[in-house]
Design a protein. Structure first.
Length: 440
């Protein structure tokens, strides 16, 4: 019987490795290469480049700079962008995109206040009951029309938050790179969301009860986390702590200071949230906060990330909503659109967010209204790009046009916040989406 020559294992492994390297990375890791040239580039974190080129490879920005200083790769598809402006994709750090919310009854207040009514309309068998352990990703239903609508408004990234209950659940950050949900996910369980609402037909049925419920939940979570830590360190002689799924879900937010987002429907909610955050040393964010200008003195002393909503309807209990149509219309047209401008004037940082509005064009109109009310356009751009990226802890990947960052780029005819601006192309994760031809 003949014997084959013996080959050493290291030699076999080296041959396999060489073949793998020669073949390149797996197909799923390789994206198209594009060269976008002859456009004006607005990086946000640096000066504009008047006649620039931007190279995208494998979903990342490989290079950018003046057209005469950046060499185009031979394997790239060239995108001629003369007359267009390249911006980083906009970010909404708080939205309800892809969530199917119950219709709001005629005459109801802003979306941040409608959750008790929404809860009452839920079917008896709730597939996704609210609570700190709920992951909103499980209940999202992406629609191409919604993706395209946000693309045409310049958005490429959204944080999607749950919308029901007091402890509503945990949000997810998505990159709008298509319609399947999984490839969109940037970070699941991004933050815990809390709303100062009440329960119908159950405790807590009053605002005072809601505040007590929130405080007691965090007290219980602190105690639960401490007992678990003690037992993990030295279990000898200790009774094993009983597992509690609700407290298990809450524990990281008091123990590890993971982000907690409070929905603030009015100025009093802002004060309540700040008090609870200070008591439990929470990593707190305030969402909605359309009356933040009324708490500017407090917010200057206690800096906290603000996710300012672009819905300008006054809170239901506000005098602007209860003392006649004339005062309400004035508030919607002048007072509430000026919230962001007032904060910027006071030097208070914030991000602008779409909140419950799933219509990209309407969100952009809200930004324009805020600019008309006095918010500088460059401050609005930062509040929709690098500032929310920092709040989300993703500023090394998103929020500006820089080499090494995710290729989220929008090409626009005209300045991004102009009424007549038109989105020509959007790149999300380096995937190109073409929209209607831009008129001359």
């Amino acid at each position: 019987m003949k014997h084959s020559p013996r080959v050493s294992v290291p030699l076999i492994l080296s041959v396999i490795t060489a073949l793998a390297l020669a073949a390149g990375p797996p197909p799923g890791d390789v994206g198209p290469t594009y060269v976008i040239r002859n456009c004006r580039i607005v990086p946000v974190t640096g000066p504009a480049i008047e006649n620039g080129v931007l190279v995208i490879r494998d979903g990342l920005i490989e290079a950018l700079g003046p057209v005469d200083k950046v060499k185009a790769p031979d394997d790239a598809e060239v995108v001629e962008a003369g007359g267009l402006i390249a911006y980083p994709g906009l970010i909404s750090a708080f939205s309800n995109l892809f969530l199917e919310l119950p219709a709001r009854p005629e005459g109801q207040g802003a979306p941040f206040e409608d959750f008790p009514q929404a809860q009452a309309q839920q079917p008896q068998e709730d597939r996704f009951p609210p609570g700190p352990g709920l992951l909103v990703l499980d209940q999202l239903k992406p629609k191409r029309s919604a993706v395209e609508g946000f693309h045409k408004a310049g958005f490429t990234t959204v944080l999607v938050a749950p919308s029901r209950g007091i402890f509503q659940g945990q949000s997810v950050v998505l990159n709008l790179n298509g319609e399947p949900i999984r490839p969109m996910v940037l970070r699941n369980g991004a933050a815990l969301h809390i709303n100062f609402t009440t329960e119908r037909g159950a405790y807590p049925s009053s605002l005072m009860g809601t505040i007590a419920h929130i405080r007691q939940s965090f007290i219980d979570a602190e105690y639960y986390a401490a007992r678990q830590a003690q037992y993990a360190k030295d279990p000898a002689g200790l009774k094993r702590p009983e597992y509690d799924p609700r407290l298990e879900a809450l524990a990281p937010f008091v123990r590890d200071r993971r982000p907690v987002v409070f929905q603030c429907n009015n100025v009093e909610d802002i004060k309540r949230a700040l008090k609870i955050a200070a008591e439990f040393k929470l990593n707190a964010f305030l969402a909605g906060a359309t009356e933040a200008w009324r708490a500017a003195d407090v917010l200057k002393k206690t800096p906290v990330p603000l996710l300012i909503g672009l819905d300008f309807r006054p809170p239901a209990a506000s005098k602007y909503a209860t003392q006649g149509d004339e005062l309400r219309k004035k508030a919607e047209a002048e007072i509430y659109p000026g919230n962001a401008a007032a904060l910027a004037k006071e030097g208070i940082a914030f991000a602008l967010v779409s909140a419950a509005n799933a219509d990209g064009a309407a969100v952009l109109r809200g930004v324009r209204a805020a600019i008309k009310a006095g918010l500088p356009a460059d401050a609005a751009l930062r509040a929709l790009t690098i500032q929310p990226a920092r709040y989300l802890g993703l500023d090394r990947a998103l929020g500006s046009l820089e080499p090494g960052k995710v290729a989220n780029v929008v090409l626009i005819k005209g300045d991004i916040f102009d009424d007549k601006a038109q989105v020509a192309k959007v790149f999300a994760d380096g995937v190109m989406f073409k929209y209607a031809e831009v008129s001359k």
